[in-house]
Design a protein around this ligand. Structure first.
Ligand code: GDP
Ligand code: MG
Length: 437
């Protein structure tokens, strides 16, 4: 993938103590090849490397102390610039603010509608209404209702009405009458761009005059994504792009090309199937990610969001007093789980995505551990030292695990308690923070 290729490109630089004009050229050639492999348009890739080269010459890369690092920085800055530079928000000035979703079938419109509603509700204190305008498949309306129920957001739909313009207009009336301040209109897509679909979405667009029109695109579709984006933009002149399915190691080529071709900002990314798997798009973080440095900042931010200061203080006291028990362990696990899908999280750790590519990480990795702890009595949880063979046997039976698994957990718990005690100071605190408590 792109990261591997760029690794190789930078390796050329790192391998030489002193950078020469020859290896700057070699590196840029590799960078260009990497971009092309990641489905970046040929012209864009060429312009890109030319710009970096100009800057490298301008900044006298060859005479600086750490030319390799400077080159990495130049490439990173240019990538950031190419993907939009600054963070772009969603226009919420209307009352209600109307947001229209567009994109091909399967791109993730319905899922993203739910994620955005949830994001606006929980992070921006909004009262959103979801609108089902995909009138072709009854299952599509149902899918939105399921999503709405999951996040506690009302869904507006009209059974039997085959006119999406009407449904959208009625939904906005309904929103006004019932105090909703954001209306998110989910629409139908086709497997490929066709006139009928374009006319339909253009009609809805014209009738409801949305404050924000978003184009949703599956980031795994590569070069096709660019053509689709162009087709939709020609008709709708949309305001922003949503890149979905950027889970784990997905390459970022689409992000680079789309921004260059339609010149519209990428606003959010989808990083999983769960409703929480939504992130604001940060061009510089995406550049880091593409460059294989991992999106550490996002990971830390997400960990901190879930981090409860109060809980942490209590926990620290317990550890200091040697009172850390299995109940605390269980709540730690729940903290980690709140941060999202394990695979998503691991994908954001630099290098880990690559290293763990073939390892199956199940979402319910903690299932056995939780079952074992649930089978313990309160006394056993707070004082694990009472666990003798008889008790362990009972716990194994009760949790549907084996004695070995129980012993393994006890060993892990013991190690973890020791480690936590050791990590009481400075760096340790940050580490605990990362671990969710
Ligand atoms: P629509 O046809 O545009 O409404 O697309 P859907 O929202 O129904 O999504 C199509 C499929 O992609 C579903 O199975 C979703 O669960 C999945 N999906 C959507 N967004 C993401 C994402 O960010 N990551 C992953 N892994 N799957 C996603
Ligand atoms: Mg849909």
């Amino acid at each position: 993938n792109l990261s591997d290729k760029l690794d190789k490109a930078f390796h050329i630089l790192k391998g030489h103590g002193k950078i020469t004009e020859v290896n700057v050229a070699d590196t840029l050639k590799e960078v260009r090849r990497a971009l092309l492999d990641a489905d970046v348009n040929f012209k864009i890739a060429k312009d890109f490397t030319n710009k970096v080269k100009e800057k490298a010459i301008g900044e006298n890369v060859l005479t600086t102390l750490q030319p390799g690092q400077l080159m990495v920085k130049l490439v990173k800055d240019e990538l950031t610039e190419l993907m939009g530079g600054d963070v772009a928000g969603v226009n919420l000035s209307g009352n209600p603010s109307v947001i229209l979703m567009s994109g091909l079938q399967g791109s993730g419109k319905t899922t993203f509608s739910g994620k955005l509603a949830n994001f606006l509700k929980t992070k921006k204190n909004k009262k959103p209404l979801l609108v089902a305008c995909d009138i072709y498949r009854p299952a599509a309306i149902n899918q939105l209702h399921v999503v709405g129920e999951q996040i506690g957001v009302e869904v507006y739909s009209e059974e039997g009405n085959k006119n999406p313009v009407e449904i959208a207009q009625n939904a906005i009336k309904h929103a006004k009458a019932n105090g909703f301040n954001v209306v998110i209109v989910d629409t139908a897509g086709r497997l490929a761009v066709d006139e009928e679909m374009m006319n339909e979405i253009a009609n809805v667009h014209k009738a409801i005059e949305p404050n924000e029109t978003l184009f949703v695109v599956d980031s795994m579709t590569g070069q096709d994504a660019v053509n689709t984006a162009k087709a939709f933009n020609d008709r709708l002149n949309f305001d922003g792009v949503i890149l979905t399915k950027l889970d784990g190691d997905t390459r970022g080529g689409a992000a680079i090309s789309i921004k260059s071709v339609v010149n519209k900002p990428i606003k959010f990314i989808g990083t999983g199937e769960k409703m929480e798997a939504i992130d604001v798009f940060y061009p510089s973080r995406m550049a880091d990610r593409i460059l294989g440095m991992g999106d550490v900042v996002s990971l830390v931010e997400r960990a901190q969001e879930q981090y409860d200061e109060e809980e942490a203080r209590k926990l620290q006291k317990k550890i200091a007093k040697n009172e850390f028990g299995f109940d605390d362990f269980l709540s730690q696990i729940q903290q980690v789980k709140k941060m999202g899908n394990m695979k998503d999280l691991i994908g954001m750790i630099p290098g880990a995505g690559k290293a763990l590519k073939d390892v199956e990480i199940e979402d319910d990795a903690f299932k056995h551990i939780e079952a074992i702890i649930h089978s313990m009595t309160p006394v056993e949880r707070s004082k694990p030292s009472v666990l003798d063979a008889k008790r362990k046997n009972r716990i194994a039976k009760g949790s549907g695990t084996s004695i070995q698994q129980v012993n393994q957990l006890l060993k892990q718990f013991d190690q973890m308690s020791k480690m936590m005690k050791m990590m009481q100071g400075g760096a340790g605190k940050n580490m605990m923070r990362m671990m969710g408590g």
